[in-house]
Design a protein around this ligand. Structure first.
Ligand code: HSE
Length: 400
């Protein structure tokens, strides 16, 4: 029997407990031993919940118990998660986590520490909820140079954008629904301002490169500036607006960003709707790969966490290897990144054509007193310079 402890009994923590109890037989078969939840740590009481019999309030009960071989950290945030995880690794316990903040900030350090202690630090659920993306990147696409990762990495914002576009729903109502469904972060700013997707693309890019990409260096734009007119234009174009985490590796240049994009219907990410996430990976040998599934929510996320528990349990006494060094990757300047832009300005077409030579006008029913267009392929630097001569209402990068 392998004893595990779960730190945090919130949405994901209660899901992990449920998965480990409901699927105990198949899990035991795969591990070769029974997995027993010895403790669940939370400051709260849960009267009447079966978790009561294993509930503890002091982390040291877990840390000081040599019978606990695997710790599941699903508290979220950096404090006290970082200290608890580090202490667990130092005590020779493997750790699995869904905590993207923790992994983006301290992943490389915790992987190194786990290796020194011959245990594992695993974090499949930190990106893409239930979608297997980290293990495939580490164990399957190993013959390739990764040239691009672009993904819908946040379920909450994709849920909001889908409802606004398909049902004409109002932003605040849909955000509240996403919170009620357990998709949104405690502080919804982390979702809607793109901070959550930023941590996730930092993790994926660090894994693709094998070295640290600091999330603080990633240009990040959320969805709060998107209005009904942007959605009407996207429909008129036959596309959808999606919040993407994007990294492009071009020789030794690495571009990385989080921003809304106009996505045409022939792109695989166009069809990723609601709380689903989709991650497109391009390898220089394998070509295009797509990973798709539930990007947030109790059981999909818990499924990924427990998948890591199984992996750690199968590797007791050793380390599941992960290549991610603390050496920092310098990102290429955003002003060099090139793409097309969808743009709305207050001036008319004639005024716009004096500034941008190569444009494609875009019209949407019911929108007046502004001019919208797609630019040609242009660098961010050149776009910023040109647009400063016009009265910008909004611009969105475009895959059209
Ligand atoms: N708030 C996150 C999301 C949860 O909506 O994607 C999963 O990481």
């Amino acid at each position: 029997m392998i004893n595990v402890a779960i730190m945090g009994y919130g949405t994901v923590g209660s899901g992990v407990y449920e998965v480990l109890c409901s699927n105990a037989d198949v899990i035991a078969k795969r591990v070769g031993e029974e997995i027993n939840v010895k403790y669940v740590l939370d400051l709260r009481e849960f009267p009447g919940d079966p978790v009561e019999k294993v509930l503890v309030h002091d982390v040291n009960t877990i840390l000081d118990d040599p019978e606990v071989r695997i710790v599941v950290e699903v508290m979220g945030g950096l404090k006290p998660a970082y200290d608890f995880v580090k202490s667990a690794l130092l005590k020779g316990k493997s750790v699995t986590t869904s905590n993207k903040e923790l992994v983006a900030k301290y992943g490389a350090e915790l992987i190194k520490l786990a290796k020194e202690k011959s245990v594992s630090f695993l974090f499949e659920a930190s990106v893409g909820g239930g979608i297997p993306i980290i293990r495939p990147l580490l164990t399957s696409v190993t013959s390739d140079r990764i040239e691009e990762i672009s993904g819908i990495l946040n379920g909450t914002t994709n849920y909001i954008l889908t409802a606004m576009s398909e049902e004409g729903a109002d932003y605040d109502t849909v955000l509240k629904q996403a919170q009620d469904l357990g998709y949104a972060e405690r502080n919804p700013e982390a979702d809607v301002e793109g901070y959550d997707a930023c941590r996730k693309i930092a993790i994926l890019t660090s894994l693709a490169l094998g070295s640290q990409v600091d999330f603080e260096d990633i240009y990040t734009e959320g969805i709060t500036a998107i209005d009904g007119n942007d959605i009407a234009y996207a429909k008129a174009l036959g596309g959808r607006i999606k919040l993407l985490g994007l990294s492009k590796m071009n020789g030794d240049k690495v571009y990385c960003m989080v921003a809304p994009f106009m996505v045409p219907s022939d792109q695989p990410l166009y069809a990723v709707n609601g709380v689903f996430n989709g991650i497109f990976v391009k390898g220089n040998m394998v070509g295009d790969l797509m990973f798709y599934g539930s990007g947030a929510g109790k059981l999909p996320t818990a499924s990924a966490v427990v998948g890591d528990v199984v992996e750690a349990a199968k590797n007791i006494g050793t380390t599941v290897p992960i290549e991610w060094s603390e050496e920092k990757t310098e990102l290429a300047p955003m002003k060099e990144f090139t793409c097309r832009f969808f743009v709305r300005v207050k001036e008319d077409e004639q005024a716009v054509r004096k500034v941008f030579s190569d444009i494609e006008p875009v019209k949407a029913e019911g929108v007046s007193e502004e001019f919208a267009f797609l630019t040609g392929e242009i660098s961010e630097g050149e776009f910023d310079e040109k647009i400063s001569g016009l009265t910008l209402i909004h611009s969105i990068r475009s895959y059209f």
